[in-house]
Design a binder for this molecule. Structure first.
Ligand code: SF4
Ligand code: SF4
Length: 175
């Protein structure tokens, strides 16, 4: 009897709460159709960048792999030639892989890269059903060349790309 009385006295409070919130908009975000605004410092998944002339910025130096605290990056370098050039300088990354299951999105790889080749920027989150699919290979990471610019490898004139780092666009020094 005591239990029934208890329930009956609390029911009106419950109904009142439901009625009070009935006109409120739901707070559930229907991801992935809807997304929340991200912080300006958000780091999404990695991309390997190119220069405007289509050459790859990555020179296969492995500094990103050395800086990675999670040992998530594997780089294997190979030699460029003027007949088959992927990047400025002597070497390019023949193999570039990131194990997204290990990655903690710290951005150290980005900071270590001397050519701004690896950038964490996309809102896309790495997902997959198998361990293998979570190892992102170079073809998944490398961005497309600009429109009407040749992809790599390119045939380039001797002496034009002797240095591994091309000048960056001017840095905005405004405070
Ligand atoms: S973001 Fe951090 S953990 Fe992920 S690959 Fe780069 S350095 Fe490694
Ligand atoms: S992404 Fe940058 S740091 Fe990593 S191998 Fe390429 S050039 Fe070197």
């Amino acid at each position: 009897m005591g239990l029934i009385k208890d329930v009956l006295t609390k029911l009106p409070t419950g109904f009142a709460t439901v009625l009070k919130t009935l006109k409120d908009k739901p707070v559930t975000v229907q991801y992935p159709e809807e997304t929340r605004p991200m912080s300006a410092r958000f780091r999404g998944r990695h991309h390997l960048k190119r220069y405007d002339d289509g050459l790859e910025r990555c020179i296969g130096c492995s500094l990103c792999a050395a800086a990675c605290p999670a040992d998530a990056i594997y780089v294997e370098a190979a030699e460029n030639t003027n007949e088959e050039r992927y990047s400025p300088g002597e070497r390019y990354s023949k193999t570039y892989e990131i194990n997204m299951l290990r990655c903690i999105f710290c951005g150290y790889c980005e900071d270590a890269c001397p050519t701004n080749a690896i950038v964490l920027e996309s809102l896309e989150f790495p997902t997959g059903y198998t361990r293998e699919s979570m190892i992102y290979k170079k073809d998944m990471l490398l961005e497309s060349p600009p429109i009407s610019v040749a992809a790599t490898p390119q045939r380039t004139p001797p002496g034009k790309y002797d240095r591994p780092i091309l000048p960056y666009p001017p840095i905005d020094t405004a405070e």
